[in-house]
Design a protein around this ligand. Sequence first.
Ligand code: SF4
Ligand code: SF4
Length: 439
Amino acid sequence: MHNQTQYKDLLKVLPHDDILQQCIHCGLCLAVCPTYDITKIERSSPRGRIAMIKSVARSETELSDRFAEEMNFCLDCLACETACPAGVQYGRMVETARVVVDEAGFGTSKIKRAVKRFSLRRFVASKNGLKFISRLLRFYQKAGLQKFVRATGILKIFSKNLTEIEALSPAISEKFSDKQIKEIELPEGEVKYKTAFHFGCLMNTMFADINIDTIDVLKECGCKIITPKDQVCCGSLMGHNGDLDFALKLARKNIDVFEKHEYDYLISNSAGCGAFMKDYAYLLEDDPLYADKAKRFAAKVKDITEFIFEQKPEMKFISEQTPESVTYHDACHLVHAQKVYSQPREVIKSLPGVKYTELEEASWCCGSAGIYNVVRYEDSLIQLKRKMNNIKNTNAKVVLTGNPGCMGQIKHGTKKFNVDVEVLHPVTLIKKLLKNNQK
Ligand code: SF4
Ligand code: SF4
């Protein structure tokens, strides 16, 4: 039996009443909320969830499985923050609410919670753990096992969703990027910018080619790039899924690692990682040892498209281009969390041979949302279907997006909903068009 008084201390992590009061109940966020769009029920909306969190924080309502369900049904896409005229920082509210329900054991079984935590800590946050899993996956994909499993539908014996979730696994890169990128990379000519690079966890193992493309593009821009080998996962997946303490350990480690180096910009090519690293300043503001260091660290973080847009580095492109029709999907953690909207568009439109078409509802979540598409596959599919219809309507041959989760999800959507489009990271398109790439 759960008893509210036993969670008294736990509830203290919820935002204070003055923060929760910032919501003026205007309802402008409802139109952009993907979960409210499905249910049309107030409690599945940002305004409804804020009211629920406020009520629990004031001990007017008890923690419950229904409360946990609404917190976990939320995609944490932050579209409501962009729409909110009162500047309500909804994401911080729902993330702390998830910590509370996770710790208190609501909305999930103890076993499921333990498995989720173990998997995120041992296989995502640990570089070696993720490499181990990636090697297994690569073997599974290369040895013909994947074809066998898909052809026989054997996973359906266990669960229908398991078959679908298996289909989400991206093709694993042949080599991990941290083995290919030198700790210090230099451009061919003069050094114009001193940068550092966070190679991410999924980007390092499952999308390693994008990391290599990023280094090549940065070198073309005249960057010296420091990529510390002892950097760790940014912690975003843990932070967004109820394991904030562990995420903060990773944040402190990254701050210590990067502080040993001299650089002006810390480049990220993954929207989720970039957003979380920019948030270190807020997350560690009460830590007397790390508050100042976290502020300095966070101020240098830049998404690769943000860096290119702001610095306008000179790049040499191939002059003869076959025009290519391209569209762009906003990763939630780039557009809503980092407020990086026009920068990638301007960079893409400036590329030679690009015929750009704006995507309808470009900043509507694709359903990937961290591990949402794994733990809530059916719900995520509703968003994916909507996204794929919009992509299809552009008639674009290429869809660009700056987050590994979105790339994997949209690639899955191309097969699931039969949409003929190539899914690329913007930096990969830039690299393809570079003159240097043709040598
Ligand atoms: S984060 Fe996204 S899903 Fe959650 S309440 Fe806001 S708009 Fe809705
Ligand atoms: S838009 Fe902002 S202030 Fe208005 S209801 Fe939504 S969260 Fe509250």
